[in-house]
Design a protein around this ligand. Structure first.
Ligand SMILES: [Zn+2]
Length: 138
């Protein structure tokens, strides 16, 4: 699913994005986890990442491939933030939802939730945890 999304994105924007980690290898995740832990911020514990179950992708600008907060300033991320829901994706860890997701802001990490859910989440302005909660309460 991620690949065709990126292809559509490239066609629409005529710019290049790459999938940074469709499926991170465990050593990569462990390294990231260790590094992040040293910085006292929260990331997914190894083997529990959404990448491992194939639901999430890290998408970065080809011209700026660092996984840091400056990623949000790229044209590709700006487009993704506005349009990813149209393809069934949501930004998984928005900065304003850090208290709820318990994960540090990752402007490159997108999760597939389906077009209908992604559109609803955007309209409601909620993250996945809040969205699931709203469904359970119904
Ligand atoms: Zn990710």
């Amino acid at each position: 699913m991620g690949i065709s999304f990126i292809n559509k994105l490239n066609i629409l924007m005529k710019i290049s994005c790459i999938i940074s980690s469709l499926l991170c290898s465990l050593p990569q995740i462990k390294t990231r986890f260790t590094l992040k832990k040293e910085c006292s911020v929260w990331v997914a514990i190894p083997k529990t990442s959404e990448h491992e179950i194939g639901l999430s992708v890290d998408i970065v600008s080809k011209s700026y491939q660092l996984l840091d907060k400056n990623q949000k300033k790229t044209a590709e991320q700006k487009w993704l933030m506005e349009n990813c829901h149209r393809y069934g994706f949501v930004m998984r860890y928005p900065t304003e939802k850090k208290q709820i997701t318990k994960i540090e802001y990752e402007p490159w990490h997108y999760r597939y939730v389906g077009i209908e859910n992604a559109k609803r989440m955007k309209d409601m302005g909620v993250c996945l945890e809040e969205y699931i909660e709203s469904i359970i309460k119904k």
